[in-house]
Design a protein around this ligand. Sequence first.
Ligand code: BTN
Length: 257
Amino acid sequence: TSNLKTKIIGKQAYYFDSIDSTQNQALKMAQDAANDGTIIVAAKQTGGKGRDGRKWISPKGGIWISIILHPKFDISITTLFPIASSLALSIAIEKVFSIKPELKWPNDLTIKGKKVAGMLVDVSLESNKIEKLVLGVGINFDVDVKKIEKTLNETPNFYGVASLSEQKQNIKPIQLVQTFLLELEKIYKDLNERQIKKIISEWTLRSSTIGKNVELNTIDSKIKGKAIKIDDDGALVVSNNNKNHRIIAGDIIHLSK
Ligand code: BTN
């Protein structure tokens, strides 16, 4: 981490050759006095976790990282946090690889419609104030796409995997990690300063979701309509029959013009 240009994120770093999940490890460490910005990195995870209790296949070659933060913002913008973090990663990938991954609400990065990275957030609350937050980031840097797709085919809402190695560029994982952490730190600062409009407009410019007809699975229902925008708290606004619906959590299962 000596080459990091960040001020907080990654100043303290723990590396594992193999671990069940960096997220579990970070959550354990966050209970003790882990510093703001501590990162946990693993070459491979044996029990990687995705959103909604799904599996996250994490072989050697990917970037698997969890970041412990002590945010100053309040609970109302926690759902915006992974959205903002995926924006930071899209910017970083563009800087390093000169390709622009699209952002799929809520937290996915895609290349040609296939998932190249995802984000997971766990928060611990203290009387409705965020005490600590753990951001988990999974980046398919150099993974066997076919193999992962085979394993995940049966998973609900699964839609295909991309790997940055398909770009055939000679880039080292550390270059991307450094750039990402720097972008993340900028966006974390923006969030702490409540620069919400700026984040939302930048996210929207990179999004594959806004302006499209979408079909979503939410916890208890399905909804179809046109994705209009995201609200200040990160909720997706979908209109159907001239009525706007705010979706706080869900998965897009279909996207079309
Ligand atoms: C998703 O899109 O479902 C979120 C994927 C998050 C994966 C990362 S990899 C590092 C961290 N450790 C985990 O077990 N999960 C997250």
